[in-house]
Write a new protein. Sequence first.
Length: 280
Amino acid sequence: MTDSSDPRDPAPGNALAVTDADGEAVIAYDPADYRWVPVRRVPRLDGWTEEKQRRFIEALADTGLVNVAAKAVGMSRESAYRLRRSAHGAAFARAWDAARHHAGGLIEDIAFSRAIEGVETEVYNDCGEVVGAKLVYDNRLLRYLLSHLKPERYGGGLRGGEGGQSRPAIAPPPALEESLRAMEPALPAPPEQLLAPDDLAGELQLAEIADGALPRFLSEQRPPKSDARIAVEEGVARAARGAAALAKREAGHTLTDDEFADECYYLDPASNARRRRRSR
């Protein structure tokens, strides 16, 4: 179902009757019951696709850490900052700011935990040996939280600016979901204008069967590798390491235990495969 509060979604209650060439009704549907997917550009599996950008923003909102969010989508932290600074990354940058604002709740939880529950620190004797531990409460952090949580009682001079004037309120960034929707391409024309009645009926039936989920061939992410493919790729990589180990031995160098195992695998991969099957 669509969210009728989104201005880009059709208004509810506008049911349409689609007719064929003879004027007979083919199907009746309400556009407000569907969220039509925007027109997608050609996906780039090796770059910042729209799906990766959305997953990055969601991970950033959950963790507040750019490197963790970038790793979650298989990209680097440096490339994320390059995309943020790029000329076409304005919507991405706004969603980034909204995600950071959303992650502030996590930081507040950590601050409250340290101020109220304390932080355990080690206790050392005169010889520098650890002899115990104690809880340390950060009173400065506690006063800071109180001054912002209840400024009318604990704010004091922190509320005013120069000359006793109050500081102007800072407008919060837009909601995270709103920022994510703004990153999407422009919505296409209504489906009843783009599709023939029979084609529209078929698409609606597919949407019902798939329960609103896009088929995998429309996804911008590579499908997960099967166990068999992973095993083949690991075998090829190990054979390459074994060939390098053999060349190292022939050059007169000493092999490590791992290099020797890779060399044995390279020289007799069939026997190693049989041993692996027996060990399972």
